[in-house]
Design a protein around this ligand. Structure first.
Ligand code: SAM
Ligand code: SF4
Length: 345
């Protein structure tokens, strides 16, 4: 593989900012580096998923070039996601290469969202490359339920991954999707466990993305209800803490830990959206909850220089919509046909 680290260095100075028609500055990029995964979480994927042919994927060098173009335009936070980012072959090559933007100050944070299955293998390398914190998705601490929700996952593997991440000095945030009749009575246990280990916990409402085997109405649990139940036992103090994402945080006085609530369904957070997403084929989504997209692979491949790419990005930002309009109803089609694993969570 060629060395990509010497190319496309974004200068920290003189960045033309990406400002959308609603005055929101785009400073956060999420990159889905693969649509594949070693789990099949029931709310995320169908069991028999058809994945993209490998030839459609951007190479790691192309992903690096794309990310660097966004960094040159003012992106300060970059999150690698998927699918499962750590199952992409040679993913550490991309992470190490992108870390040059941390070293020169152009990028404030390089992080990733992972299911934790491969962390035992990669935690040290990630920390070495300048990754400081990671999000690990974990919806239950019960081994049998974990196997049920992920279909293919083993809880012990994720627990070993978390230990490796701690040893490597990575800060950990647990992401849990709140699911009716599944973990709704386990949220308190998850919280005390996470806070006891010094992890933040973020709760997420299920979003209607992609066809899955189940009815989403059976899975949907509004976080307003979860919060109300927690408030019966704990004092939740709203705090201004921000990580760049859409979560609103509270501090739990009794545990001293933080809980973030990501509430796309019950509380629209679009007015402060600073994010865009790219898929592993170079498609740019200006909103997780809308179909409109821009192809960046063609301008990326059309020339060695970044001029066409830069123009295509600028044009796409002018089309960033005001917000999503997710609806979950009995028998309703998904609001957006692509799965979360395509766009990247
Ligand atoms: N595989 C990695 C993981 O699970 O962390 C990264 C990709 S995953 C798509 C990112 C996040 O999206 C996970 O926290 C997952 O729980 C969440 N997610 C997946 N499908 C979702 C849906 N339909 N609604 C809400 N969150 C979802
Ligand atoms: Fe894989 Fe993450 Fe989707 Fe689960 S949520 S199937 S781990 S991409």
């Amino acid at each position: 593989m060629t060395d990509i680290s010497a190319q496309h260095i974004a200068s920290p100075e003189a960045k033309p900012a990406m400002i959308d028609p609603f005055g929101r500055m785009v400073s956060y990029l999420r990159v889905s580096v693969t649509d594949r995964c070693d789990f099949r979480c029931t709310y995320c994927m169908a069991e028999d998923m058809t994945f993209l042919p490998k030839k459609d994927l951007l190479t790691l060098e192309e992903l690096d070039r794309l990310c660097s173009a966004f960094i040159a335009k003012g992106v300060r936070k970059l999150r690698l996601t998927g699918g499962e980012p750590l199952v992409r072959r040679n993913i550490m090559h991309l992470v190490r290469s992108l870390s040059r933007h941390l070293e020169n100050g152009a990028l404030e944070e390089l992080t990733l969202t992972t299911n934790g299955s491969q962390l035992s293998r990669f935690a040290h390398e990630l920390a070495d490359a300048g990754v400081k914190r990671i999000n690990v998705s974990l919806d239950t601490l019960d081994e049998a339920k974990f196997a049920e929700i992920t279909r293919w996952g083993r809880l012990s593997q994720v627990m070993a991954g978390l230990e490796a991440a701690e040893k490597a000095g990575l800060k950990i945030k647990i992401n849990a999707v709140a699911l009716k009749d599944f973990n709704e009575h386990e949220i308190e246990t998850l919280m005390t466990w996470a806070h006891g280990r010094g992890y933040d916990l973020t709760l997420i409402e299920t979003m209607p993305l992609g066809e899955i085997s189940e009815d989403r109405t059976d899975q949907y649990l509004p976080l307003s209800l979860v919060r109300q139940r927690l408030e019966e036992k704990y004092s939740l103090e709203p705090i201004p803490y921000k990580t760049g994402g859409p979560a609103r945080y509270v501090e739990v006085s009794e545990t001293g830990g933080r809980i973030g609530f990501i509430t796309p369904m019950t509380h629209n957070f679009c007015e402060s959206c600073n994010r865009v997403r790219i898929t592993c084929t170079g498609t740019l989504f200006m909103c997780l909850g809308q179909e409109d997209a821009a192809d960046l692979r063609a301008p990326l491949r059309a020339s060695e220089g970044d001029e066409l790419l830069s123009q295509a990005i600028d044009e796409a930002i002018t089309r960033k919509p005001k917000g999503h309009d997710f609806v979950i109803g009995r028998n309703s089609a998904p609001s957006v046909s692509r799965h979360m694993s395509t766009t990247g969570g």
